[in-house]
Design a protein around this ligand. Structure first.
Ligand code: SF4
Length: 263
């Protein structure tokens, strides 16, 4: 852990804004804090937190993580196509926590992408577009790290039922830590309510899952929360959480015990 960071066991400490210490017993929060303590102690300066600023999980994770290590680097993937509300929410989050969030951007500008691959690639081949604007930039960024932290939790999607707290990310050759893996939606809402955690205002406008403007719509009552993403395509994931076809051997950065650790 970075020097000067609190070394208290698994307690949730006040954040830099002086928010009150959490003293309500909560197995979910204890468990997430435990995982974060382990990860921050193990990977020290070589770990980074990824937040999409679309769902509630990312902000909850920021709130818990910064209580443990206020200097933990945080990034988002700036595709250049996020909602104005999302960009404004990121700036508001920076002000609230006194942090500077890293914008990870694609190699190609939107104009360059249109020149090489045609206009509005997302309408014809969203997998290729996500690869150019999300997957490759993230993999390049993570070359400087040994581990990344995500706000994934199993409750969000059937395809995410296998999310583990600690796993090997073969695509980026780093360890993936998901402290909220076992949290329910109710756990997230309870934490957000107790700590007055803000959320992307689009969540109040019927958007259940928020990504890029061209690939996101509000969902109707009763629809699957992910129905508003890539509507008209079978695609449900951007590719950041999928393994490549030929994953390499897990690095020694993740011990066999940690790979098998279930959480
Ligand atoms: S979500 Fe849509 S616009 Fe954004 S990178 Fe993926 S395909 Fe492109």
């Amino acid at each position: 852990m970075r020097s000067g960071s609190p070394r208290c066991a698994f307690a949730i400490v006040p954040n830099r804004r002086g928010a009150p210490i959490l003293n309500t017993p909560s197995p979910a929060i204890e468990s997430a804090a435990h995982t974060l303590h382990w990860a921050l102690r193990t990977y020290r300066e070589r770990i980074v937190l990824a937040v999409s600023f679309g769902g509630l999980g990312g902000l909850v994770l920021i709130d818990i993580a910064l209580r443990i290590d206020p200097r933990l680097p945080i990034y988002y993937l700036d595709t250049g196509l996020l909602f104005p509300e999302t960009y404004a929410f990121i700036r508001n989050t920076e002000r609230r926590y006194g942090i500077s969030v890293i914008a990870v951007r694609p190699e190609l500008s939107l104009a360059q992408q249109a020149q090489r691959h045609g206009d509005e690639l997302w309408k014809r081949d969203p997998d290729a577009c996500c690869d150019l604007r999300k997957v490759r930039p993230q993999r390049a960024f993570l070359k400087d790290y040994d581990a990344w932290i995500t706000g994934l939790h199993r409750a969000t999607l059937a395809s995410r039922q296998a999310v583990q707290r600690i796993a090997w990310d073969a695509g980026s050759n780093v360890v993936k830590v998901s402290p909220l893996a076992a949290w329910s939606d109710a756990d997230l809402v309870a934490y957000a309510s107790e700590h007055d955690i803000p959320h992307n205002p689009l969540l109040d406008a019927g958007y259940a899952s928020i990504g890029c403007v061209p690939c996101t719509r509000a969902v109707r009552p009763g629809e699957d929360p992910r129905a508003g993403r890539w509507a008209g395509f079978a695609k449900t994931e951007c590719g950041l959480h999928q393994s490549p076809r030929n994953p390499g051997r897990p690095s020694s950065r993740l011990s066999e015990r940690d790979q098998n650790r279930e959480n």
